[in-house]
Design a binder for this molecule. Structure first.
Ligand code: KG4
Ligand code: ZN
Length: 338
């Protein structure tokens, strides 16, 4: 069974050709145009997807040695994400599926991130808790099956990656800043400054990063020497630690609340090695993390999740619309029971 997976929900135009549980080829075009703005500009993203989607798809098929006619299913991210960006991928996929007379499967981006940890690794047995942490999302999700999800907690304002990116911008780092913060933080002392852990005592599994962002900005205004090396590295280490600490403590609370021990990471921030080591040290959980290239947005996770659905006997819904605010609980398919 050959599946073409397409992803255009944010600033990556990505495609993968996937056959019977294996990624045959993948391509990704990351839009560097946004760097000048310090964040993703939706209109620029839509236009760039429009330019990139056909060449990215063609390159991916060529790398796999697969023709358009050999594709049996097209899976495309339908939400959540930027409305215009989603529409480009969805309309391209719909046109291709109609032309080839093959089924189109609308994929929930959050569900695809959750199962990305299976690609090239062992299958994951539900139930488990998943932390999806990226530039757009910070959610703790109870996963009961491929078709049954329940949000346990989420950010009430910024996503964790967004907070890193925005404070990174104050430090002159280019967008997205997360990976560079991780690198610079290695040379810093996280204990040199105390930055707030938002909602640490809220008694629930929700997050807030806007207080950290404000505290970081005020600290830099009052202590500009932390904008230059070597103190800059101390500041970034403290910033990273504040974000990671709260991700860990809320995840542990979710596992305890749901009485589960399997813990699955996903999303761009889950590439962070310090985050992984903080989790892998905890005896109360079994950490499963994606291979690094499947943390950030990619086409393989879209195709892989579609493959799981097909194996379970999915019925794709005919009406697939771009859904910018799609929650993890909603899907564009039904799965036959039994
Ligand atoms: O999943 P993703 O590609 O896109 C969204 O759906 O947002 O995640 C991108 C986010 C950015 O905020 C970026 O700064 C962050 O993931 N990120 C990292 C690392 N690599 C990427 N954050 C911390 N450590 C990293 N190594
Ligand atoms: Zn994502």
């Amino acid at each position: 069974m050959t599946i073409l997976g397409l992803e255009t929900s944010c600033d990556d135009t990505a495609a993968a050709v996937y056959r019977d549980g294996r990624v045959l080829s993948e391509s990704i075009s990351t839009q560097l145009q946004h760097r000048a703005w310090g964040g993703v500009v939706p209109e620029i993203a839509s236009r760039a997807h429009l330019q990139n989607i056909l060449p990215v798809t063609q390159t991916t098929l060529e790398k796999a040695g697969v023709t358009f006619e050999a594709i049996e299913y097209i899976a495309v991210t339908a939400g959540p994400g930027l409305a215009g960006a989603l529409l480009v991928g969805l309309n391209f996929a719909r046109g291709l599926a109609d032309g080839l007379k093959i089924p189109l499967i609308g994929i929930n981006h959050l569900q695809a991130h959750i199962w990305a940890a299976e690609i090239g690794q062992e299958p994951i047995a539900a139930p488990f808790i998943s932390l999806i942490v990226s530039g757009g999302h910070t959610s703790l999700i109870r996963v009961n099956s491929v078709n049954d999800y329940c949000t346990i907690g989420q950010t009430l304002d910024d996503a964790a990656g967004e907070a890193l990116d925005k404070v990174g911008k104050l430090q002159g780092l280019s967008y997205p800043a997360g990976a560079e913060i991780e690198k610079l933080a290695e040379g810093g002392d996280a204990g040199a400054i105390e930055l707030p852990r938002g909602m640490a005592a809220s008694g629930d599994c929700n997050f807030s990063f806007s207080g950290l962002k404000t505290a970081a900005r005020l600290f830099l205004e009052r202590n500009p020497k932390y904008l230059a090396i070597p103190l800059k590295n101390d500041f970034l280490a403290a910033l990273q630690e504040a974000v990671l600490d709260i991700l860990v403590s809320k995840s542990l609370a979710a596992l305890e609340q749901e009485k589960l021990s399997t813990f699955v990471l996903g999303g761009g921030v889950s590439a962070n090695k310090r985050l992984r080591s903080k989790f892998s040290r905890r005896r109360e959980l079994r950490l499963i993390a994606p291979q690094p290239q499947y943390c950030t947005d990619n086409g393989a996770m879209v195709a892989h999740f579609a493959y799981k659905l097909i194996q379970q006997g999915i019925e794709p819904l005919r009406e697939i619309t771009a859904a910018p605010d799609l929650t993890v609980e909603r899907s564009f398919h039904t799965v036959k029971s039994g």
